[in-house]
Design a protein around this ligand. Structure first.
Ligand SMILES: Cc1ncc(COP(=O)(O)O)c(C=O)c1O
Length: 384
């Protein structure tokens, strides 16, 4: 492949720094670097608190479990979720005994079909899990307006849209909690990794507990003091306050994250420039593609959405033959996946459109004008 989805982001300098860090440090499990990365990420994202975990999926799991505990959600309470996203936006909802209520997506910012949201809200609706997909920020203002005075909280899956902004504010600041992924193909990578952002102190503390066995000693010092006193008969070293997991990361991943965070603004700029060029190229083949630009976006990939399914299949295979790696648009219509079929009640036209008429190719800091020109030539050949 001459245009893979992602390429090696670890240059020689970063590898050398990482090796030196490992040689010099005796403790590599979660410790000071994790805290340092969390503080730096909070500052970068404009959030009060951040919690580093071992993946974006783990971040979503902790977000749902923490909310269930804090807000005392009952089994079968309802969480509104999109039918197009990565499966692990949905699976924590099911695993927590809650009920996912699926809503079709729109074909502009790929979040919910906003006109359908109100219809699915019931007395049992507890939260809306918004996914900011492929770099587009969802229309949070619109969602908040629809929620109105109802007691429904917002959660954000920002795994594909790190750095996307709504009116100058970064995603991950509009709900109780936001999740980020630092997996290989994402805006920045720690090899594997994820982050939770929040501006809510109680939610932050609960996430710290859930990340690490429910242990009280994971909490900020002030809270530790409070629980030491409250449970003075227990040995504080092994005092468990919440039903937790072990979803911790390591000092190695945190060290990588701090290095990558220094480069992320430049990389997002390159991604967005590539995306603009991509749109300009697609516009030359009018009536074939349906992609738009959003000035708050932080492009994740370069998506092709085509009116004609057969042409889409042919184009995808043509690009593959010419060394360009492709993927389905996220995971298509999730309700067509075997593990979710039992939730399928009606047909979601836009999700089906994405399933059958869309795919994407990689966008990252390694993509330059030369490659974009090549893509233009390939498209010209294809249409001739
Ligand atoms: C929207 C979305 N949510 C969650 C995840 C899960 O992230 P991870 O792969 O780090 O578990 C992904 C991964 O690609 C994603 O795209």
């Amino acid at each position: 492949m001459n245009w893979p989805l992602q390429e090696n982001f670890l240059d020689k300098k970063s590898i050398n720094s990482l090796c030196n860090f490992i040689k010099k440090n005796k403790r590599l499990t979660q410790f000071k670097k994790v805290k340092e990365f969390e503080n730096k990420f909070s500052k970068w994202n404009g959030s009060k608190y951040s919690v580093l975990v071992n993946s974006g999926s783990s971040a979503n799991l902790i977000i749902i479990e923490s909310c269930k505990e804090i807000y005392k959600w009952k089994n079968n309470d309802e969480i509104i979720v999109p039918s197009v996203t990565w499966p692990t936006t949905i699976t924590p909802v099911i695993q927590a005994g809650l009920k996912p209520i699926f809503v079709d997506v729109n074909l502009k910012d790929f979040s919910f079909d906003y006109s359908k949201l109100k219809k699915v809200m019931t007395k049992k609706t507890r939260a809306i899990f918004v996914a900011h997909l492929v770099g587009f920020p969802a229309d949070i203002q619109k969602i908040k307006k629809i929620i109105g005075k109802r007691k429904i909280i917002l959660l954000e899956d920002c795994c594909e849209s790190q750095g996307a902004k709504i009116k100058g504010k970064k995603v991950g600041n509009f709900g109780i909690g936001g999740s980020f992924s630092f997996y290989w193909g994402h805006h920045m990578s720690t090899i594997e990794g994820g982050m939770i952002t929040t501006n809510d102190r109680k939610f932050y503390s609960t996430c710290l507990l859930k990340r690490s066995h429910g242990l009280a000693r994971e909490l900020p010092e002030k809270e530790q003091k409070y629980y030491k006193k409250k449970y003075s008969k227990n040995d504080f070293k092994f005092l468990f306050l919440s039903s937790g997991y072990n979803l911790r990361s390591t000092e190695i991943n945190a060290f990588l994250g701090i290095m990558m965070l220094k480069k992320i603004n430049q990389w997002i700029k390159i991604r967005n420039e590539n995306f603009k060029n991509f749109i300009n190229i697609l516009n030359k083949f009018k009536d074939e593609f349906l992609t738009s630009y959003d000035k708050g976006m932080s492009s994740f990939v370069l998506p092709f959405l085509m009116n004609d399914t057969k042409k889409k299949i042919k184009l995808e295979s043509y690009l593959n033959k010419n060394g360009i790696e492709t993927r389905p648009f996220i995971a298509g219509n999730l309700l067509r996946q075997p593990f979710l079929k039992r939730f399928k009640k009606t047909t979601f036209n836009n999700s089906d459109f994405i399933e059958f008429n869309a795919f994407y190719i990689g966008n990252n800091q390694f993509i330059n004008k030369t490659r974009m020109n090549r893509l233009f030539k390939l498209l010209k050949n294809f249409y001739n």
